[in-house]
Design a protein around this ligand. Structure first.
Ligand code: HEM
Length: 424
């Protein structure tokens, strides 16, 4: 049976007795000061992110926001632990001398603080998902998206996140002022029963964590993006002989019929990794001269040109970074080209592949660099026609994609998986 405490909260006899009526337990104090310190760190990180943004330090900004997200998720986990602990333990009662309106104000502000502890991280996580920026926890665990990409929703969630963070600041300020008033004016034990020597250590540990994060971030210098212009068209590229684009490959004239590609049902997609979380994108403009016959591999040719500027990754800022000089440098190198004339049939007994599956061994030219590249693909019959499905695994550094600060795979993963579907 539940009994009522003097501060209006109910307590159950089943609850842990680790917290006495006069003092919080060590666990209660640790969780309280840890969350308080981490929340303080969050606001500092956001200020640093704003400075990085103003100085165009894109990689720094990405690194700071990634840490902000990881710490936010940590706060969410601690908040869950805290709530479970709080529901299973009886907090010390408020001093008898406190007027009932103050007890009500105290209980209400504690409820609102708990609400913010959940609502802020969840709104941040939702905002990141809606912005097509998946969240990872310190690059160690990639978290699932809570909702699909939606820019309007992302803007609403950003406003909500900002309003909640303002509310939390106000609540925290009231909370601190009230605690000081209890200690200095009322001279009761409200502040001291939540404090111990250990709380100073928690503050110091969190400060150290902040310094370590900042130390890692300041070692990143500034990267600036430039205005983007596409100067060469796909048609011009495909008209030029493949040998001009692919230094290592001899262009081959094939007598096989050209595939009649249904571009509206075909795609070239890619999956990369940013701050430990995957993101996907698509090249919307490309043209292929595909001549392939499983019975005439020596006659087969793939010649695909991709308009780099047509990239879309569900986020304009990321797209402009992809096109910037540090990445694809679209101004100087507007077209990427894959040329292959060496095909092998994959052994049907191979555990990964079956019948009708092949490897196109060719050359991928991007950013003025030509490197060997293999596309594994299979061809199947579908209701709409024949369909090629292929994958290529690339290491972006081979083409100097992402140089300078971006070369660090911590913020942008080295491996990129290209997924191709061609309906013909
Ligand atoms: C208690 C935890 C959190 C606090 C106190 C907090 C606080 C803040 C604050 C004060 C801002 C700046 C708002 C503005 O000036 O526009 C912000 C922005 C942001 N937060 Fe949080 N946040 C928390 C958790 C999270 C989490 C868990 C995520 C994602 C997983 C997240 C993602 C973001 C993002 C993406 C921004 C925008 C940064 C930018 O682009 O400038 N936050 N947060």
């Amino acid at each position: 049976m539940a009994t009522s405490t003097s501060n209006g909260q109910s307590s159950s006899p089943n609850k842990s007795s680790s917290e006495t009526r006069s003092d919080y337990s060590a666990i209660g104090k640790t969780l309280h000061w840890l969350v308080a310190a981490l929340i303080g760190l969050q606001y500092v990180l956001i200020e640093l992110a704003h400075i990085a943004e103003q100085t165009n330090a894109t990689v720094k900004q990405l690194a700071i926001i990634a840490n902000h997200k990881s710490i936010g998720i940590t706060i969410l986990v601690i908040a869950i632990i805290r709530l479970v602990y709080r529901l299973n333990s009886t907090p010390p009662t408020l001093p008898e001398s406190m007027p009932s309106w103050q007890k009500l104000a105290s209980n209400t502000s504690h409820f609102l603080l708990y609400f913010c502890l959940f609502a802020l991280p969840v709104s941040g996580w939702l905002m990141s998902s809606a912005n097509a920026y998946s969240v990872s926890w310190f690059n160690l665990i990639a978290l699932p998206d809570l909702i699909s990409a939606n820019k309007t929703m992302a803007e609403t969630l950003a406003t909500m996140h900002l309003r909640l963070s303002d509310t939390l600041i106000i609540l925290a300020a009231v909370h601190v002022i009230a605690a000081i008033k209890h200690h200095v004016v009322d001279k009761d034990n409200v502040l001291t029963r939540m404090s111990s020597k250990g709380t100073i250590s928690i503050g110091l540990i969190t400060l150290l964590a902040g310094v370590l994060i900042w130390g890692k971030v300041v070692s990143i210098s500034s990267t600036q993006d430039e205005t983007l212009v596409t100067t060469q068209t796909l048609a011009e590229t495909l008209e030029s002989p493949a040998s001009e684009q692919t230094e290592d490959t001899q262009a081959k004239i094939s007598n096989l019929p050209l595939w009649n590609i249904d571009y509206s049902n075909s795609y070239i997609d890619f999956t990369g990794e940013q701050a430990g979380a995957p993101f996907t994108g698509r090249w919307n403009k490309w043209e292929g001269k595909l001549q392939f016959d499983p019975a005439a591999l020596d006659q087969s040719v793939f010649d695909v040109s991709i308009e780099i500027g047509s990239v879309g990754s569900n986020d304009e800022e990321r797209d402009s970074t992809i096109l910037s000089p540090d990445f694809f440098n679209v101004i100087e190198f507007p077209i990427a080209r894959f040329y292959a004339n060496d095909f092998v049939s994959i052994d049907p007994k191979s555990p990964d592949f079956g019948d009708n599956e092949f490897i196109a061994k060719g050359t991928l030219s991007m950013k003025g660099i030509s490197q060997a590249c293999e596309l594994k693909f299979k061809i199947t019959n579908t209701e709409k026609g024949k369909e090629l499905q292929g994958i290529a695994s690339l290491n972006r550094h081979q083409w100097n994609i992402g140089v300078g600060d971006w070369a660090d795979p911590t913020w942008v993963g080295s491996d990129v998986l290209v997924n191709v579907k061609v309906l013909f």
